[in-house]
Write a protein that binds this ligand. Structure first.
Ligand code: AMP
Length: 193
């Protein structure tokens, strides 16, 4: 199974992806996680991405398309994958389309978690507080001001990805403001399980 979860930062893509990974035995490909790992390891990509990520902006298409291309080619992605945080621009969506069609692969579903953006800032404040309480590091970009920049980047560059898939008849939309279990049930209904 190959699927894409779309939706603004804080919509719950990561939470739902983690559950789907367990359920279907596929891998979660989060460009955000991969970039954070590159930053932590101090790789050339990490060095380039660090400041952009900390400010809440988008890393260049060239970099993220490159890392996704390499990651999709790894053996553990052969069974299927969930893309979380990618594609974030129409150029990335086009590159993915080409990458998959070159390998005769198809997406099974593209699912948008639709959320109330006003409520997202509150969610992000909670995420930061929960991480702190659990003794985990708080993501620098979960600072409310940086988060607003991330939302602005979403509205400027990523919102156009949804119509890209709608135009291809591939898009399903679910209400991401519902409790986690209800969102999960809606996802399962779309995935036919
Ligand atoms: P995320 O964990 O998906 O919220 O991503 C954290 C940050 O990584 C984003 O705010 C961007 O700076 C960067 N990033 C992650 N995925 C992408 C992408 N597909 N395109 C551009 N930048 C990305």
């Amino acid at each position: 199974m190959r699927l894409i979860l779309l939706g603004p930062p804080g919509a719950g893509k990561g939470t739902q992806a983690t559950r789907l990974v367990q359920k279907y035995g596929i891998v979660q490909l989060s460009t955000g996680d991969m970039l954070r790992a590159a930053v932590a390891a101090g790789t050339p990509i990490g060095l380039k991405a660090k400041a952009v990520m900390e400010s809440g902006g988008l890393v260049s298409d060239e970099i993220v398309i490159g890392i996704i291309k390499d990651r999709v080619a790894e053996p553990d992605a052969a069974k299927g994958f969930i893309l979380d945080g990618f594609p974030r621009t129409v150029a990335q969506a086009e590159a993915l389309e080409k990458l998959l069609s070159d390998q005769n692969l198809k997406l099974d579903a593209v699912i948008e978690l639709q959320v109330d953006q006003e409520a997202l800032v509150g969610r992000i404040v909670n995420r930061a507080e929960e991480a702190k309480a659990a003794g985990q590091p708080v993501r620098k970009d979960d600072d409310p001001e940086v988060f607003k920049t991330r939302l602005a980047a979403y509205n400027r560059d990523t919102a156009a990805v949804t119509p890209f898939y709608a135009a291809r008849g591939q898009l399903s939309v679910i209400d991401g403001m519902k409790p986690i279990t209800e969102v999960a049930a809606s996802l399962d209904a779309i995935l036919g399980s």
